[in-house]
Design a binder for this molecule. Sequence first.
Ligand SMILES: *Cc1c(COP(=O)(O)O)cnc(C)c1O
Length: 455
Amino acid sequence: MKKVPYRIYLPEDRIPRQWHNIRANMKEQHEPFLNPATGEVLKKEDLYPVFCEELVEQEFDTTHEYIDIPDEIVEFYKMYRPSPLVRAYNLEKALNTPAKIYYKFEGNNTSGSHKLNSAVAQVYYAKKQGITKLTTETGAGQWGTALAMAAKYFNMDLTVYMVKSSYYQKPYRKAVMETFGATIIPSPSDTTEAGRAILKQFPDTNGSLGCAISEAVETAFKTENCRYVLGSVLDQVILHQSVIGLEAKAAFEMIDEYPDIIIGCAGGGSNLGGLISPFMKDKLEGKHNPYFIAVEPASCPSLTRGKYAYDFCDTGKMTPLAKMYTLGCDFQPSPNHAGGLRYHGMAPIISKLYHDGYLDEARAVEQTKVFESAVLFSQVETILPAPESAHAVHVAIQEAIKCRESGESKTILFGLTGTGYFDMTAYASFHDGTMTDYIPTDEDLERGFAKLPKV
Ligand SMILES: *Cc1c(COP(=O)(O)O)cnc(C)c1O
């Protein structure tokens, strides 16, 4: 039998020309967004002041299974895609496991993560509508960086509200975004009502993703010809990220394999949603039965310990209500190092699939264990993973070790969402032993649940 190559790249004629819309395959749709003021189901028009129209169209699309990727975006993707599907031979050897481990590597662009896949799409549709300015928030900085790259490419103005703790901890992230022409404001700031209100209540706050979202949305609302863009959580983002899963599935077809276990880290749920989309279609249609695992940090356990309820997507309570697994929009996760996984909620699509049992398992893992796996992975596979990605690495290793113990040779696929070069403070604290594992108590979580909106 021919040995599977270390890196499997798709030839040009197999690269995806359409995104896959998993909603068209779902047996039941997730609950609709609600207008927080009236409690009524949100209409497309309600979102036009915030998002550009084509993206609103995609957000509401439950029927088209495939949506054409515009040529301009296909061309942009060619600068860094298709991304490789990698057979982790060295990791298998290091673990002495009979499992076959594959990962889909999304860190091969300057922003260092999968977020560019949706950033370019969102900027493109805004530009097409004649929008000239965009706002967004960024936590760890990956989304802001990806968006800055895409915005500069299409010559759009971009203002990024960056969570204050990251702003000071990650000066190089800010410098990269500035290199691509973006304006960066630490959040909470005094440039918005939402920011001023939070500062008044919590003058020493480090900021949070939810709060930065409030500021960006308010700015989009109040600025002429400006729209807001969001890097995760939304259905449209999972749609764009389906390019990851489509490429992975095509690569598996080339080598005549199919994954038994599919693992992704889950912050807002976009990389996981994109990676699993076409495989989930197979599961929903009864063609294959892969086992899906979402991995989240024990410090921000929205799927494993959250409530499935309507909640605001932001701390400032400006956004529509979404039905999702949530810790409550006031939940302030302790500052852990996987900034991109510190969101209080989870994508409605992922939440629904998990609630209905199609997404088989959510697993919460502790950060020091995650970094042990990150270091092992770096040393044998020579890619230094982002702390977020390392959550998936860790669970892939756990599953491979189970195979060693049971003697089963399962095929494992995980999403390696990005590289960790901007996270060396985190690696340094792991090496010098100052890294801690914070796990919220039930009382901590109750405080967040108590404030869930009554719907
Ligand atoms: C943002 C980010 C994540 C988490 O976001 P999702 O929307 O859950 O995918 C994971 N990995 C990296 C590298 C990120 O930048």
